[in-house]
Design a protein around this ligand. Structure first.
Ligand SMILES: NC(=O)c1ccc[n+]([C@@H]2O[C@H](COP(=O)([O-])OP(=O)(O)OC[C@H]3O[C@@H](n4cnc5c(N)ncnc54)[C@H](OP(=O)(O)O)[C@@H]3O)[C@@H](O)[C@H]2O)c1
Length: 258
């Protein structure tokens, strides 16, 4: 059966790129074989970069709500292209897709890999990152996003530079300077941030991808320790691809004539 409606769970660069590619395919389809491409955003960012095609914003109401949406909107294929740390929506996607019998693919950019000269301290959570910090430095560059700063709020002796797209949620550590910025970031820019703020330790999630990787290079150059939060596992049984060409190939194999 031809694929007529693809839902992309988005909020990432890869999701936007995939939507753009599929919207291009959609434009080239004959009128009797239309292809609808919908991207779904959580609505966390005040002014998101909108993908091509249809866009819906806001939660579905758990796995049951997502399953209902898939049914009502006649979605044939679901692509979970959310951020590697958006674990709840990925679990919801797996549950809903299984319930509605819709093929599901996870589009996950690869993890970052340490290279010679890196001093990485892998941890499993923001709480573990907070516990590791006092032994590693006093001036912390925190790049874990606007949520979850509460995990560091007891660290009253440390100074934090917290970078996020929108203002972070309270509570946060008492000595926090907020830096509102959105990637991609450059190596020169990251060097400048580390130097100007006399950073002596970096905290990041293992988000992967090129857009936010320069901070790792800048930290390596300065010999700074990096506390890196490991990713949550993908739900079991969900096929995954690391990039947009992989997702397009998976779609083509799924429905060769669409
Ligand atoms: N976590 C990060 O570090 C990070 C970084 C960059 C971008 N993002 C993007 O930001 C969004 C939210 O991330 P999160 O970590 O807060 O997610 P999460 O914890 O996995 O999801 C929490 C809830 O937010 C809703 N939601 C999440 N992604 C959605 C989407 N694409 N479309 C519709 N609803 C969505 C769902 O609500 P319902 O249960 O009501 O459906 C979900 O249960 C994701 O789309 C992700 O790609 C996250």
């Amino acid at each position: 059966m031809p694929v007529r409606h693809i839902l992309i769970l988005g909020g990432t660069t890869e999701a936007r790129r995939l939507a753009e590619q599929l919207a291009g395919q959609s434009a080239g389809r004959p009128a009797d074989r239309p292809l609808r491409v919908t991207s779904s955003l959580a609505g966390r960012v005040a002014a998101p970069r909108l993908p091509a095609g249809d866009v819906r914003i806001g939660g579905f109401g758990g796995p049951a709500g997502l399953a209902a949406w898939l049914r009502e909107q006649h979605v044939d294929v679901l692509i979970d292209a959310t951020h590697p740390f958006a674990g709840t929506i990925s679990r919801n996607a797996a549950e809903a897709a299984a319930e509605v019998h819709v093929p599901l693919l996870a589009l996950r950019r690869p993890s970052w890999v340490p290279v010679s000269g890196d001093h990485w301290y892998p941890v499993d959570s923001l709480a573990e990152a907070a516990a590791a910090l006092p032994a590693l430095g006093r001036r912390v560059f925190l790049t874990t996003g606007r949520q979850g700063l509460a995990a560091f709020s007891e660290l009253t002796d440390l100074w934090f530079l917290a970078r996020s797209v929108d203002a972070p949620e309270a509570p946060m550590p008492p000595q926090t300077e907020v830096l509102l910025d959105r990637g991609p970031f450059t190596l020169d820019g990251e060097r400048a941030v580390l130097r100007e703020h006399r950073i002596d330790v970096l905290v990041t999630k293992d988000s992967g991808g090129a857009a936010t990787a320069p901070k790792l290079t800048a930290a390596r150059e300065l010999g700074l320790p990096v506390v890196i939060v490991r990713r949550p596992e993908l739900p079991p049984g969900v096929p995954a691809t690391p990039d947009v060409p992989g997702a397009l190939a998976w779609l083509a194999a799924l429905a060769p004539r669409t």
